[in-house]
Design a protein around this ligand. Structure first.
Ligand SMILES: O=C(O)CCC(=O)C(=O)O
Ligand SMILES: [Fe+2]
Length: 346
């Protein structure tokens, strides 16, 4: 039997398709650090996507997360529905296949949305609505190990993302710790366990529609099936082939806003796997605090940056919570209708 474990498929030929960045070189010689910075700067300004190796996550750590995820999706449907995000005004929990919308159309994937856990903060009069995003997760009673596996993964990936962000900022001549204050306290770290169950019965191939991620950087673990595509400026798409042991990294909207478009939040999508073939992925979103206001980055190119996108259908907000809430309200229309009908257009 052929298995397609996340991130570990040593038999496949490797064509990274994207630039490859080796984070372990951050601890290397001066020359190695300079080469790392050059690779990061080029990847982040030209493609906005790269494959990250040398990150320190081991195969067995990846396998443990993979096991927990597969056990979740193998639960009886009723057990997954018991943790539906329709129970959560905080958008935490399980979204069934077809219940998420991106770019105005139905996504053919189901997913479990998890974040750092804090008590709910119901916004009072005059407080921003984005506080709704803070709250507890929902855990399936029959899979107690999911909690430690996913929260542990968030911890590990958050440390890697922090290092990576420091090196990325250094690579464009900025102070590496420029945004540390935005993450101090309780950053809004998020994780999704995602399954793409083949192609929708109507033949639409939208696994997830075209979008940008809302925060700073995303570290994605994908299995060996493929289907993730990056939008190029000329309207064509670049495939992101699975690379065993690597995370696919992309930049989110806050970095585009912070650098006035010098760093790119690149649009991407997932094309459904053929027929009934399943694909699994785990995106981790390295986000600052909900109330962090992202100040313009001070760096040498700040004055000749090209400008952030001004797509009227997707405003970019420098206050992170607003940007994140914009995304969740439109991606989860049923949760929005049920709990937040007054917030339908933010
Ligand atoms: O599953 C993937 O490969 C990408 C998922 C994604 O882009 C997202 O959930 O934001
Ligand atoms: Fe994404």
């Amino acid at each position: 039997m052929v298995t397609h474990e996340l991130g570990t498929d040593p038999g496949l030929p490797v064509d990274p398709g994207l630039p490859v960045v080796d984070l372990s070189k951050a601890d290397g010689s001066e020359a190695e650090r300079a080469a790392l910075h050059e690779a990061l700067r080029t990847a982040a300004t030209e493609v906005g996507f790269f494959q990250l190796v040398g990150h320190g996550i081991t195969e067995s750590e990846t396998a443990a997360l993979n096991d927990a995820m597969r056990s979740f999706f193998a639960l009886p449907h009723a057990d997954r529905l018991a943790v539906s995000n329709l129970n959560s005004p905080h958008f935490r929990g399980y979204t069934g296949t077809g219940d998420e919308q991106t770019a105005g159309a139905r996504d053919w994937r189901d997913q479990m949305d998890i974040g750092l856990e804090l008590p709910p903060h119901v916004p009072g009069a005059g407080e921003p609505a984005y506080w709704w995003l803070q709250g507890p997760n929902q855990w399936p009673a029959r899979l107690p190990q999911l909690r430690a596996a996913t929260l542990g993964w968030i911890d590990k990936l958050s440390a890697i993302s922090r290092r990576l962000l420091h090196e990325l900022l250094a690579s464009i001549g900025a102070r590496p710790d420029f945004y540390d204050a935005a993450f101090a306290g309780h950053p809004h770290l998020r994780l999704k366990l995602v399954r793409y169950p083949g192609t929708a019965p109507d033949g639409a191939g939208q696994g997830v529609g075209m979008h940008k991620d809302y925060g700073f950087i995303t570290l994605l673990l994908q299995d060996s099936v493929g289907g993730l595509q990056v939008a190029r400026a000329d309207g064509t798409f670049l495939d992101v082939p699975p690379m065993p042991g690597a995370f696919v990294v992309n930049l989110g909207e806050l970095l585009e806003v912070a650098t006035d478009g010098y760093l790119k939040a690149t649009s991407h999508r997932v094309v459904s796997p053929p027929r009934a073939r399943e694909r699994f992925s785990v995106p981790f979103f390295f986000n600052p605090r909900l109330d962090a206001h992202i100040e313009p980055l001070e760096f040498p190119h700040a004055h000749h940056a090209p400008g952030a996108d001004d797509d009227p259908s997707n405003p970019l907000y420098a206050e992170f919570g607003r940007n994140e809430l914009k995304g969740y309200l439109r991606a989860h229309p049923e949760v929005t209708r049920k709990f937040h009908p007054d917030l339908a257009t933010v």
